[in-house]
Design a protein around this ligand. Structure first.
Ligand SMILES: C[S@@+](CC[C@H](N)C(=O)[O-])C[C@H]1O[C@@H](n2cnc3c(N)ncnc32)[C@H](O)[C@@H]1O
Length: 202
């Protein structure tokens, strides 16, 4: 059986160590995303691939009368993020689920905003998964993607064909447009990662 990479699905003792490293090295991306999402009191925000839940907790603090939903396929990350967001979950304001971008367990038009930080490269069917994100966003809803942009083609083991393509940014921008997003743009960089945004048409 193929080895499951820690970045793709943190697990076991090494996954805990990996989680600590993500908290440290992804903090600037979390802080950037938090500001860019500009979360208001009543916002409903989705995070795809929430990892240790560091960003989810910040979002929950800001969305005081809203909701933070999230999916991640790693049991270890779910457990870690659930601990971090316990007080918000008790109030029903955070819903974290084991799963992935391919089947988001919420009804159509649930969220005002959605974000995926350093997880897109693991989406095995990016067109289908972006259509799924589009489905759960409200009209006018914002999608923020922070991509671990690969200089050339990403490693062969990545499940996402676009991330292996060497034309990653252009490929994602095109796919966003193909899946009904508007205002699609590359906003710049945070660290060495690319920042892309798009909206569901109002
Ligand atoms: C490199 S970590 C980034 C975690 C967090 N977003 C951060 O920036 O600190 C990638 C995360 O994406 C999750 N993941 C992997 N495949 C996924 C998929 N198909 N859909 C959603 N999340 C996925 C992993 O379990 C892991 O927690």
């Amino acid at each position: 059986m193929a080895r499951v990479r820690q970045a793709m699905q943190p697990h076991g003792f090494r996954g805990r160590v990996f989680g600590r490293l993500m908290d440290r090295f992804n903090a600037s991306a979390h802080n950037f995303a938090f500001k860019r999402l500009d979360v208001h009191n009543s916002d409903r925000v989705l995070e795809i691939g929430f990892g240790t839940g560091r960003l989810a907790r910040k979002l929950a603090k800001a969305a005081r009368d809203g909701l933070v939903g999230g999916v991640d396929p790693s049991e270890l990350m779910l457990e870690t993020a659930e601990k971090r967001t316990r007080r918000f979950r008790k109030k029903g304001r955070v819903e974290l689920k084991l799963g992935d971008a391919s089947a988001l367990p919420w009804p159509d038009e649930t969220f005002d905003k959605a974000a995926a930080l350093h997880s897109f490269q693991f989406w095995s069917d990016p067109a289908h998964d972006l259509a799924e994100v589009h489905r759960v966003l409200k009209p006018g809803g914002l999608l923020l993607l922070i991509l671990r942009a690969h200089r050339k083609a990403g490693p062969k083991w990545l499940p996402n064909p676009i991330s292996r393509s060497g034309q990653e940014i252009a490929g994602v921008l095109q796919l966003l447009t193909d899946n009904g997003f508007v205002g699609t743009r590359l906003e710049g960089k945070v660290g060495s990662s690319a920042v892309l945004t798009a909206r569901k048409a109002a």
